[in-house]
Design a protein around this ligand. Structure first.
Ligand code: R5P
Length: 293
């Protein structure tokens, strides 16, 4: 118990100042509970309102992936440079040290492999695991237009219900089937369905034509998905265009960990996302850091 000696009664009541509680900086998130907002404020930088998420969850459906063979060797040295790490509980428990304190976004759906129909996923991690692992959000794949569309949507709504119960945000990851058109119309449909059904924020691909209509049509934050490895300038340009057109950051994997210099790439992407650096200047930054080794 605190020492009561010398206890003085408070005198400075600041009667001239109404109490202020700042609003929340993320689109559509103002009515969420405190714990949910606090977790989001760890994922998204409150100053820029954006995040650079490093996705390394590929193994959950495609097994070995170039660059992820040894997460301890290839990823842990670069992970501190990302704002957020997105991964599976298997890698989190087996490789990531518990003193790694960056926010974790945990992949919680699964059950399929590249050998079969990918949309046939189910919830593969309980809410208790997410709580136990102290994660900042749970990632759920949603296959709009896919064979198991309804099942994947219901996976998401179940996680939203459980996440809301315990203050853990749900990230809906829009997955596009091979035969589907990746256009603004599709992404407006997919992201809006996820938002309407309660996703806290949404991962969606960038498209050249009409991406700003996707972000504007979606009432909650969208983070841009990366996709297959492309030249650094192209990836930086895509990230730049996405944030300029309303994305609240990026969630990229291969374009970071398959880069010749992943740390340089992370720093360059952060410059584009948080400081609105142009892609060309960010590429200069990339080359400088890369040449310094
Ligand atoms: C895809 O749906 C998964 O979340 C991926 O495993 C991952 O996030 C993809 O990252 P990228 O396409 O940027 O390598």
């Amino acid at each position: 118990m605190a020492d009561m000696d010398g206890l003085t009664e408070g005198k400075n009541y600041h009667l001239d100042k109404p109490q202020q509680t700042e609003g929340f900086f993320l689109k559509g998130c103002g009515s969420l509970d405190w714990g949910m907002k606090n977790r989001l404020a760890r994922i998204f930088n409150p100053k820029s309102g954006r995040t650079v998420m490093l996705a390394i969850d590929h193994g959950y459906f495609q097994g070995p992936t170039t660059g992820l063979e040894r997460v301890d060797v290839n990823i842990m040295p670069i992970a501190p440079y990302a704002d957020t790490l997105m991964l599976t509980r298997g890698i989190l428990r087996s490789v990531v040290p518990a003193f790694y304190t960056k926010p974790i976004v945990l992949r919680v759906t699964g059950g399929t492999s590249i050998l079969k129909e990918l949309s046939n996923e189910e919830i593969a991690v309980s809410i208790e695991e997410s709580i136990r692992l102290n994660v900042c959000a749970m990632a759920v794949q949603v296959f709009i237009g896919g064979e198991y569309e309804k099942q994947s949507i219901i996976n998401m709504t179940k996680m939203v219900d459980m996440g809301n119960r315990y203050g853990i945000p749900t990230l809906a990851v829009t997955a596009v089937g091979k035969d589907m058109a990746r256009d603004a119309r599709y992404f407006r449909l997919a992201t809006r369905i996820c938002a309407e059904l309660g996703a806290t924020y949404i991962k969606s691909y960038y498209i050249e034509d009409g991406f700003e209509t996707v972000t504007s049509f979606c009432p909650v934050p969208i983070v841009m998905a990366g996709g297959k490895k492309i030249p650094e300038l192209d990836a930086l340009t895509m990230a730049y265009n996405a944030v300029q057109q309303g994305a609240a950051g990026v969630d990229m994997g291969r374009n970071i960990f398959q880069s010749e210099s992943p740390i340089a790439m992370l720093k360059a992407i952060k410059a584009v996302v948080h400081e609105e650096e142009t892609p060309e200047k960010a590429l200069d930054l990339f080359n400088t850091i890369k040449s310094e080794g």
